[in-house]
Design a protein around this ligand. Structure first.
Ligand code: ATP
Ligand code: MG
Length: 441
């Protein structure tokens, strides 16, 4: 394998070797390199014990990141490198953390505590690739497989359950059968894991390229994390527009949008309120009135519970509230929408609507409408047409000079002028606007 390590990494490995210790890059970076991807960070594993590591790097800046677990961060030529001593995890009693850790001189000890075979590969330039658990074959065959007995490994640390799904989604790998069965069997253990850690893995999972299959095949695991999803599963949509139940529609819509965290979360939860809003009319046709509004509130609760940051909670739930709005049919309607939601949400709305439609019976029913929506925006931007108070060629100070007093009336007049400009009843011209303001007064 042609794997060139950064000089700083080689320097660290060489320094450890010169003091008589083994050292390799390990884990994600080797996996990525074997897959032909450029790794983003390099973790180093070594036979030196923590105190020995400290003396090897005595002349370097050291940050004691996780010294109890044998991890040091060493700054080599400006680059922080995470270096960890070969480690054996003690007994796990809480499905989360080992009671204690001890250190080892034997590489295999360290590799056997790692989660999946594809994450056990090691490399240094002297010895090349070291593969003690068949990681290379599993990469070739695109398989996520536990190191050792899956039931035991998931009981030790239940985060591995969602990590397995994350790697399957991101790497586009399948999950080996025993590992897969054990994931389903042990899913409830996820409840013992800090919600932030589960959330971070979930976010990566839904942004992965194989997200559709993982979400479909492991719905029970997702329902463990977001119980509200279970009502979507099997919730039929007997309408002319839909082919799939709400859950499958959700998974398809999610995988039809770009892999941006906000947009993927929006699609994951966009129809979360449909089961609650479902009614069936006398013709047997289903309706889901108000599901976007209720969905906005439900998404807010779910995202808060998963401890997403406020900006994400607000943006995602807001976009869900918007997702079933009517698309503007004219340039004036576009400007009214821009005035209400701003240009970022306008653009996001187009992406959301497109993904939502791609997951319906007639995936291209909205293509024309969305093309127009984009064309209206292009024209508005090209002509710098006004849709906001900031663009209006009159402001509060101008009105005060005309004798207005600041207060409610002044802002009402400004807004009235803005809507007259948006509706193309008067031009966005300061003289005309002043004249009209005096009329309104
Ligand atoms: P990424 O590309 O997301 O960084 P990664 O494989 O480097 O992928 P990390 O979470 O950075 O994943 O972990 C680094 C390595 O540590 C993994 O490759 C794996 O060997 C080991 N590891 C991480 N988390 C666990 C865990 N919960 N249980 C066992 N081993 C783990
Ligand atoms: Mg990593």
């Amino acid at each position: 394998m042609d794997f060139k390590l950064p000089v700083q990494v080689n320097t660290a490995i060489k320094l450890l070797n010169e003091s008589g210790f083994e050292a390799y890059v390990v884990g994600g970076c080797v996996r990525d390199a074997v897959m032909g991807k450029v790794p983003n960070d390099f973790d180093i594993t070594t036979s030196a014990y923590p105190e020995e590591m400290k003396s090897v790097f005595a002349s370097y800046r050291i940050i004691e990141t996780g010294i109890q677990h044998g991890t040091l961060t060493v700054i080599v030529d400006g680059i922080p490198l995470e270096i960890t001593a070969y480690r054996i995890d003690g007994e796990y009693l809480d499905n989360r953390h080992p009671e204690n850790v001890s250190f080892s001189r034997n590489l295999k000890d360290d590799l056997s505590r790692r989660d999946f075979t594809v994450n056990t590969l090691c490399f240094n330039e002297k010895e090349g690739l070291v593969d003690l658990f068949g990681g290379t074959d599993d990469i070739k065959n695109k398989i996520i497989r536990c190191v050792g007995e899956p039931d035991r490994r998931f009981n030790e640390d239940a985060l591995r359950i969602i990590r397995a799904l994350r790697f399957s989604s991101v790497l586009d790998f399948g999950i080996e059968e025993k590992t897969a069965q054990s994931i389903i069997k042990n899913k409830a253990l996820l409840g013992n894991i800090a919600v932030e850690r589960v959330r971070d893995e979930l976010t990566k999972l839904i942004c992965g390229k194989n997200a559709f299959k993982v979400i479909m095949n492991y719905h029970e695991v997702l329902e463990e994390i977001i119980p509200e999803l279970s009502a979507l599963y099997g919730c039929e949509q007997n309408t002319n527009y839909h082919l799939y139940d709400v859950y499958e529609h959700t998974a398809l819509a999610l995988s039809s949008i770009e892999n941006d965290k906000t947009l993927r979360l929006t699609m994951l939860l966009h129809d979360i309120a449909k089961p609650l809003c479902k009614t069936t009319d006398l013709n047997g046709v289903d309706h889901f009135k108000g599901h976007a509004y209720l969905g906005e509130a439900m998404a807010r609760d779910i995202l808060k519970r998963l401890r997403y940051d406020n900006a994400t909670v607000n943006r995602v739930s807001h976009l869900i509230g918007l997702h079933s709005e009517r698309a503007p049919k004219s340039k004036i309607e576009s400007k009214l929408m821009l005035c209400e939601i701003g240009v970022d949400d306008y653009k996001a709305f187009m992406k959301i609507r497109r993904a939502d439609c791609l997951a319906k019976a007639n995936p291209h029913s909205h293509d024309e409408k969305l093309k127009n929506m984009q064309a209206f925006l292009d024209e508005i931007e090209k002509n710098n047409e006004c849709w906001s108070l900031a663009q209006l060629k009159i402001n509060g100070n101008d009105l005060k000079q005309l004798g207005f007093k600041s207060g409610k009336k002044l802002s009402a007049v400004l807004r009235a002028l803005l809507f007259e400009v948006i509706e193309e009843e008067i031009p966005n011209d300061s003289e005309e606007l002043k004249k009209r303001a005096c009329e309104l007064l």
